[in-house]
Design a protein around this ligand. Structure first.
Ligand SMILES: C[S@@+](CC[C@H](N)C(=O)[O-])C[C@H]1O[C@@H](n2cnc3c(N)ncnc32)[C@H](O)[C@@H]1O
Length: 232
């Protein structure tokens, strides 16, 4: 092997390792590099999240949970939309919880926001607690998606809404690029129809799945059967 070959091989290895490290930080932000990633995601997911949230009605006094809250920007947005309510966040990554708490420090101090470490498969909340549960750019990584979507339904009030917002779905614009990227992230890559089935199979009603094709965004929402939450 020539010196040039060694140099090129080393360069490729460094790029691959960097890509792997970044990928694992997106999946589960760690304590140090994870905080940088979580803050970056706060910025990069904001427009998509605003688009997704525009498809649900948020009442002023709602109690809301954001699962896989990352850096906590969605919690901040939801708390502004529900100024008389409370917003909870959970995430299983230390870096995400720390960043989300820093992002929402003032509202945590005021008792309007609460952020805990926790996994979607065992939500640390009683049944029938939330008017809305949101999940932005996170469902790809959930360990048992069908069961986890049912676990979300457990904590929703009857008539409550579960909303998934994401920028990767099979068949999206630039699918050829996303396919290997999602495989590298060990992330689920569902079609539009599979998102619909996911909600319907878990027993949600009024299921809607729609996309913003020019951006490649998708949202999926469903309602827990039963009476709608009373608006006070
Ligand atoms: C790509 S980040 C998105 C973060 C944030 N929702 C946003 O839009 O910026 C995915 C987040 O989901 C969290 N996550 C993944 N699997 C999870 C699980 N099983 N339970 C709780 N959180 C999870 C990760 O720790 C990470 O913070």
């Amino acid at each position: 092997m020539s010196r040039h070959d060694v140099f090129v091989t080393l360069k490729v290895l460094v790029v691959l390792i960097a890509a792997w490290v970044m990928a694992s930080q997106v999946r589960k932000p760690g304590r140090w590099l994870g905080r940088v990633m979580a803050r970056a995601m706060n910025r990069s997911h904001a427009a998509m999240t605003a688009w997704g949230l525009s498809h649900i009605a948020v009442e002023k006094n709602f109690t809301i949970l954001d699962v896989g809250c990352g850096g906590g920007k969605t919690i901040d947005t939801l708390a502004s939309l529900a100024p008389d309510g409370r917003v909870f966040g959970i995430d299983y990554a230390a870096g995400s919880v720390a960043t989300a708490r820093a992002t929402n420090a003032a509202r945590i101090a005021a008792g309007r926001v609460d952020i805990q470490a926790g996994a979607v498969s065992h939500l640390p909340f009683g049944a029938v607690t939330f008017d809305i549960v949101t999940a932005v750019e996170t469902h790809y990584y959930w360990p048992d998606l069908a069961r986890d979507v049912s676990e979300v339904q457990r904590v929703l009030k009857p008539g409550g809404t579960f909303l998934i917002i994401a920028e990767a779905y099979r068949g999206r614009r630039l699918d050829w690029l996303y396919r290997p990227a999602m495989a590298m992230l060990r992330a689920r890559y569902l079609t539009i129809a599979q998102h619909r089935e996911l909600f319907a199979n878990a027993g949600y009603v009024d299921v809607v799945v729609d996309t913003e094709q020019s951006k490649g965004w998708i949202y999926a929402k469903g309602t827990k059967p039963g009476a709608a939450p009373e608006v006070r």
